[in-house]
Design a protein around this ligand. Structure first.
Ligand code: GH3
Ligand code: MG
Ligand code: MG
Length: 336
């Protein structure tokens, strides 16, 4: 009955991972016999069920597994269901998980308190299984809808990578996280070279296809859970790389130049190369360094413009001279 995917480590800000095959339900109850009943009766319900035997364990599992629904007993020794619910709702990363309270028979005060704490619904003990199942499925369906809407709201319609809005949200939270934990944070700003000329020669529809493929190529270069590639606007992308120092960011930048080059999309009017190419600006903030998130982005942007001025199809990062690192040494640097 469990076997849910473990994310491990720090909570992620982005959830672009594929949805689970079946929704994950976490049941929290201090009485093992109650959990046995749930396991026995819910195993045919097209869900994954994971159980916790205390409020503390339930909270820890919720943080680790991000279930789609929590069935939460109220009366538990130690951390009771109210406290678990309060903590879930206070954590922005967990607040959207619907909580269904399992309350003592028709205790209006308990029910009211649970709902006031943010639980979506309750089932009175001893519960009717058909009603429990019906309520569980209703709330799972609503959760799926709201997850889909959240995904749509954070995705760029053309390229399917994260959009600017999502980048802004993730950048802010990763910035704070890096400051709090004293970790490095890198940004890579990526801009397609002479893309106006590409549209002019090959047409807007080809331009759209090109952007999709570039987005896919860029996304393939950084695969850690917190990494985020977003379309910043037009033909400009940005990679947010938590816990990544300047050396590691440079390695990802190299991969990006190579990945776009490997697409081999013809671009006869590109001065930097005969194919579609990109220019990159890299910036890294190290713990304890003064400055703001906006400064970091501005620094990456300035370097992008230097990469453009130096001949395009290259990257400029920390410690680079004006020439940067060319993506394809054969392409030369002559600007048109
Ligand atoms: P540079 O090398 O200096 O970046 O030159 P550029 O031509 O790429 O830069 P510029 O900002 O002058 O032009 C960007 C072009 O990108 C113009 C715009 O029509 C095109 N573009 C922006 N968004 C889209 C899109 O969604 N689809 C297509 N096909 N083109 C787009
Ligand atoms: Mg451009
Ligand atoms: Mg641009």
């Amino acid at each position: 009955m469990s076997g849910a995917a473990h994310h491990g480590g720090e909570p992620m800000t982005m959830h672009f991972a594929n949805p689970r095959p079946a929704p994950l339900v976490l049941a929290v109850d201090d009485v093992p016999a109650n959990l046995d009943v749930l396991v026995e009766h819910l195993h045919r319900e097209d869900i994954e069920l994971t159980v916790a035997i205390s409020g503390e364990e339930g909270l820890a599992l919720a943080q680790e597994l991000r279930p789609d629904l929590i069935l939460l007993d109220v009366m538990m020794p130690g951390m009771d269901g109210f406290e678990v619910c309060r903590r879930l709702k206070a954590d922005p990363e967990l607040a959207d998980i619907p909580v269904l309270f399992l309350t003592a028979a028709h205790d209006d005060v308990e029910i009211e308190r649970g709902l006031a704490l943010g639980a979506v619904d309750y089932v009175s003990k001893p519960f009717s299984l058909p009603i429990l199942k019906a309520r569980m499925h209703n709330h799972l369906a609503l959760k799926r809808k709201s997850d889909e809407l959240a995904q749509l709201a954070s995705t760029d319609g053309l390229t399917r990578v994260a959009n600017r809005r999502q980048f802004d949200i993730s950048f802010e939270s990763e910035w704070l996280r890096a400051q709090r934990h004293g970790r490095a944070l890198s940004l890579i700003v990526v801009d397609v070279d002479h893309f106006k000329r590409f549209n002019d020669r090959y047409g807007h529809a080809e331009g759209d296809q090109c952007l999709k493929r570039v987005a896919e190529a860029l996304s393939s270069c950084s695969r850690r859970p917190g990494d985020l590639v977003a379309r910043y606007g037009g033909e400009e992308f940005v990679a947010l790389l938590p816990d990544t120092d300047a050396v590691a960011a440079r390695a990802i930048g190299e991969k990006m130049l190579a990945a776009v080059s490997a697409l081999a999309i013809a671009h006869a009017d590109n001065s930097a190369c005969c194919n579609v190419s990109v220019s990159l600006g890299l910036a890294t903030v190290v713990p304890g360094e003064p400055g703001s998130a906006a400064d970091l982005l501005a620094s990456a942007d300035r370097r992008l413009y230097r990469a453009k001025a130096a001949g395009r199809n290259r990257m400029i990062g920390d410690g680079d001279g004006d020439g940067g690192t060319a993506g394809d040494p054969r392409s030369g640097g002559e600007a048109r």
